[in-house]
Design a protein. Structure first.
Length: 151
């Protein structure tokens, strides 16, 4: 197998297995999926704790219908609410509620701890730094760093 294909295969497997593991922990401990968590995190950092739904979809890398389903669940849980734009009625925002901010605060410490534990169990600090640098060279990766919680 060509080295690039092997690297791609391992990247896909690593993503799938770590996402599954971290998603399970986050759901068991806080009732959130990784996408729920990321949406709450992005909204918490946005001006007025709100974003256009289309911008949120782009940042989480979901289709418009995917972000609609995600936000419907968060809205039903009272963590996010719809907000209109007074200057353009066609624009709809997703806005973080106080309950959403509270849930994010509750989940953050444990989730970030789970990420650290997973990486520290399998990689040295230098290897984590090297992996970060290498993955940052791929298109569309480094510019999304602000979407992830600070560790």
């Amino acid at each position: 197998m060509a080295p690039a294909v092997r690297a791609w295969t391992r990247l896909l497997r690593a993503h799938a297995s770590t996402t599954r593991l971290l998603n399970t922990q986050l759901q068991l401990e806080h009732g959130l999926t990784i996408n729920d968590y990321e949406a709450l995190h992005l909204l918490s950092r946005a001006e007025e704790r709100r974003m256009k739904r289309v911008d949120l979809a782009r940042r989480i890398v979901l289709t418009p219908s995917g972000v609609t389903r995600l936000l419907e669940g968060l809205e039903q849980a009272g963590l996010v609410e719809r907000a209109g734009c007074p200057s353009d009625l066609r624009v709809t925002y997703a806005q973080l509620t106080e309950a959403g901010a509270d849930r994010l605060r509750q989940a953050s410490c444990g989730h970030v701890g789970s990420i650290r534990a997973l990486f520290e169990e399998h990689l040295s600090g230098a290897e984590v730094e090297e992996l970060t640098e290498l993955l940052g060279k791929l298109p569309g990766v480094a510019e999304c760093d602000e979407a992830c919680p600070a560790v």
